[in-house]
Write a protein that binds this ligand. Structure first.
Ligand SMILES: NC(=O)c1ccc[n+]([C@@H]2O[C@H](COP(=O)([O-])OP(=O)(O)OC[C@H]3O[C@@H](n4cnc5c(N)ncnc54)[C@H](OP(=O)(O)O)[C@@H]3O)[C@@H](O)[C@H]2O)c1
Length: 279
């Protein structure tokens, strides 16, 4: 894990960058397009969006312009989107995929995820993802917000095991059991809201560690993700923070500091509980 382009190899052999840009809550418009372009310009090779974010067109525009300006080919970028709950079902997921791809103006996706484990619906959607994967329209397929029991249930009938599980993950929610289960099953864990949506930046323990390494709290948290073997996708629309967040490849947290950060866990979520949501 030497630089921003470093990758983890998913269980199907596809390489995915350890680090990427998230664009949740960023509306269509120049701020979004510029954030995606700034990320690519500054070395990011992974962008995470979703149909429900309502911003796939701007993400696609940012990708197109960003690649062109940086002189990089599409194959060097890893693009993720997600199928929304209302579209879970075999035919409806196939259709949702086409809509996302058209909005992004891309030929294929690198990763397509089931956004939430809606009971009674995710297995049909998974069959659709398997179809698209076998057709070569998606390089890797995965899930998001799946607890261990959701993964076990899905894998009972699945032909292809998910390559990724993207879950809320930060020092207040360290997800040790989910992580261990994913590791045993060759599923790469990916962190959403790695910065706890900005709510951890004034944490004293993290501030003390940050000053010791001469790094920011955000950088300490993101480095902790990487050293835990977790793919991370912090969101920022500000170029200076896009640069700052990715500047985590020139230092290493000691085992002791890793444990101190682990110790901040309170099983506290900022997002919905995957076992109790109604959308
Ligand atoms: N699968 C899912 O269900 C799910 C759910 C939520 C999110 N996600 C994905 O995960 C990505 C990241 O999660 P998130 O957007 O919820 O939260 P996050 O990345 O934990 O935090 C983003 C917030 O932190 C601020 N920030 C970023 N870098 C900073 C820095 N260096 N210093 C100070 N503030 C900083 C950002 O503000 P500025 O933009 O103003 O810098 C923004 O308000 C999302 O964008 C999305 O792609 C997935």
């Amino acid at each position: 894990m030497k630089n921003l382009q470093a990758t983890t190899t998913l269980h199907n052999g596809v390489k995915m960058p350890w680090f990427g840009l998230g664009v949740f809550k960023v509306e269509e418009g120049p701020e979004l397009v510029n954030a995606v372009k700034a990320a690519i310009k500054n070395g990011y090779r992974s962008i995470d969006t979703a149909a429900i974010y309502g911003n796939e067109e701007g993400v696609g525009k940012g990708i197109k312009e960003g690649l062109q300006e940086a002189g990089i080919s599409r194959e060097e970028l890893f693009v993720t989107s997600k199928v929304w709950n209302a579209d879970l079902g075999y035919e409806s997921t196939l259709a949702a995929f086409e809509t996302s791809l058209a909005k992004l103006d891309l030929e294929y996706l690198d990763l397509y995820l089931i956004h939430w484990p809606v009971e009674g619906k995710y297995k049909d959607a998974w069959r659709a993802l398997e179809t698209l994967y076998k057709e070569g329209r998606i390089k890797a397929i995965g899930v998001s917000n799946f607890q261990i029991h959701h993964l076990e249930d899905l894998m009972k009938d699945a032909e292809i095991k998910p390559m990724i599980n993207q879950v809320e993950y930060h020092p207040r929610l360290t997800q040790k059991e989910v992580q261990a289960f994913c590791k045993e099953n060759g599923i790469q864990l990916e962190a959403w809201s790695p910065l706890m949506q900005g709510q951890l930046l004034d944490n004293e323990t993290l501030q003390e560690i940050a000053s010791k390494y001469n790094k920011s709290v955000a950088q300490i948290i993101l480095r902790w993700d990487l050293q835990n073997g977790v793919v991370t996708i912090p969101k920022s629309t500000k170029e200076h923070r896009i640069i700052e967040n990715a500047d985590v490849f020139d230092f290493e947290l000691t085992g002791e500091d890793m444990k101190l950060i682990d110790g901040l866990n309170q099983n506290h979520r900022v997002g919905p509980d995957p076992d109790n949501f109604d959308f």
